[in-house]
Design a protein around this ligand. Sequence first.
Ligand code: ATP
Ligand code: MG
Length: 254
Amino acid sequence: MSAVFEVRNLGKSFGGLAVTNNVSLSLAPGDRVALIGPNGAGKTTFVNLVTGSLAPDSGEVLLGGESVTRTDAISRVRRGLVRSFQVTRLFQEMTPAEHVALAILQREGRSGRMFGNFLAMPAVMAEVDALLATLGLREHMHRKVNEIAYGQQRLLEIAVALALRPKVLLLDEPAAGVPQSDTGRIEQALADLPSDLAVLMIEHDMDLVFRFARRVIVLAAGTIIFDGAPADVTKDARVREAYLGSYANASDAA
Ligand SMILES: Nc1ncnc2c1ncn2[C@@H]1O[C@H](COP(=O)(O)OP(=O)(O)OP(=O)(O)O)[C@@H](O)[C@H]1O
Ligand SMILES: [Mg+2]
């Protein structure tokens, strides 16, 4: 299938250090890709570059075959490229319903002045309700973010991202900081994502990676050293050396 998202020869250096080194990859609708690699490999920087929050030194970013390399972050979101953050960026005093309603109104380009009235907008509220129900947050929809558990906050971030109706979803460690008891909910939310959505998830938990991904990309020191099937990644000598050594050895022993 043709690429909905493509990156060609992306490059970025910080103070002479290449953090993104000639990175090329593409995603097709329905892809489920895990992006893994050691701390500091450049995974979050990659997301910052492609979403437009950081300017690359070189390379191209394409959405649906058209270059967005020189467009701003907001117009990339409008064209279907949506991310979540490694550390939650929610408004502590706002409710889940307000977060999702705001995202819907943003998507529809409606003015901020109308925001206060969203409770009286049946279509918006129906969508808020449905999205929060999907993520198991319906009963918390009118509580403040600072009153709900961290795992629920991470789920709310996914709900906000989905409210923007992405074609490409980039998730930066969606389960980070979530207690083991709550990661099942995140996994279920990932399993329930629309089947035609292209998803790239950054994740360190290899068990989660192997349950989610149908393709794995490994980034080490800014360079892609592997892009292929999950079944092959643990066998790859470079990947073992750069990242997976202990995990791969443990799986061999098991
Ligand atoms: N704005 C910046 N200025 C200078 N250096 C930066 C900047 N952002 C990131 N870096 C550096 O770039 C490298 C890659 O960082 P990045 O956050 O992309 O790694 P990561 O793969 O997401 O790591 P982690 O798994 O810990 O989240 C690191 O060495 C980091 O210190
Ligand atoms: Mg990171």
